[in-house]
Design a protein around this ligand. Structure first.
Ligand code: NAP
Length: 278
């Protein structure tokens, strides 16, 4: 006789050792008393499809997908949410009972929930958002900002053509600024986002003039190592509400955990402290 299957989930990347997700999901499983496991898996690109087709057969309910597989996973999936299709990348897969793989992208959700919890008075519809960077994370940010009703999303990126690609994909509410004029797009912005990797440990600082930054603006940085980046520090000194990037990492994990393990986990200070302790 076999008992009920132990629910399994995990994260697939290449490499994967740096991922904080196993610690996060492991904490939620333990604190909620769920007898499941969340496993890091280092899978080379040539083995991705085979792995994704095998995992449901051995008890996996789904997986998170990280670099470099976010685009490939979406191509392999049988069903793709509109959101993931628009962003062009998937970070959360659900293995359905009928055998089909369902792909979603929860980065934008995590981004918005993080700002809502860190700056509850945020009113994104009241003015433009200024987004620095147009890399992989940026598409999810732009999509989420448009979804919450931001009237104009201004983007500036060192490689301008990538920002223009986002304008083509997301339409006329997106405007593009030259990288050397990134400071100008901050004027009157209600929301300011760093989605470049500048400011991260080991990378140069982000040096954008903040003269036009209103103290009413909410400023957030996707970089969370260090937790207080130069952008966050300077915005605080101007009097802005600031939101660090760690919360986005935690919030984006919530929908996947709920789908795989059947309970919605809470995001609290204990969760943050746990990840900071790594
Ligand atoms: P990515 O696809 O590699 O994009 C990197 C971005 O940084 C591009 O816009 C790139 O500009 C810019 N950049 C890199 N070096 C630069 C330099 N020297 N000068 C000017 N711009 C530079 O990376 P990503 O996946 O979008 O991630 C971006 C950052 O967000 C990373 O720090 C990542 O850790 C963080 N992130 C955080 C979360 C979270 O949950 N908090 C989630 C996702 C990502 P070019 O296009 O000109 O190269």
């Amino acid at each position: 006789m076999s008992g009920p299957k132990i629910p399994l989930a995990g994260v697939i990347g290449h490499p994967i050792a740096h991922s904080k997700s196993p610690r996060l999901h492991g904490h939620w499983l333990k604190s909620l008393g769920i007898a499941g496991h969340y496993i890091p898996m280092d899978v080379a690109p040539e083995n991705l499809e085979e792995t994704l087709r095998l995992l449901p057969k051995i008890g996996f309910r789904g997986v998170n997908i990280t670099l470099p597989h976010k685009q490939a996973a979406m191509q392999i999936a049988d069903l793709v949410t509109d959101r993931a299709a628009l962003i062009g990348a998937a970070n959360t897969l659900i293995f359905r009972k009928d055998g089909r793989i369902h792909a979603d992208n929860t980065d934008g959700y995590g981004f918005v929930e993080n700002i809502k919890s860190g700056a509850p008075t945020w009113k994104p519809k009241e003015g433009p958002a200024a987004v620095l960077g147009a890399g992989g994370a940026s598409a999810a940010i732009v999509s989420a900002l448009l979804e919450v009703g931001v009237p104009e999303v201004r983007i500036s990126n060192r490689t301008r053509v990538r920002a223009e690609g986002l304008r083509e994909r997301f339409g006329a509410r997106v405007t593009v600024y030259d990288w050397v004029q990134a400071g100008n797009m901050i004027d009157e912005a209600v929301t300011v986002v760093n989605s470049t990797s500048l400011g991260m440990e080991g990378m140069p600082e982000l040096r954008v003039p903040l003269d036009g930054l209103s103290e009413q603006a909410v400023v957030t940085d996707l970089v969370y190592t260090p937790l207080e980046t130069r952008l966050i520090r300077e915005a605080k000194s101007i009097g802005c509400r600031t939101v660090d990037g760690l919360g986005m990492l935690i919030h984006q994990a919530v929908p996947g955990f709920e789908r795989w393990f059947g309970t919605r986990p809470t995001v609290d200070e204990e969760t943050r402290a746990l990840l900071l302790a790594v």
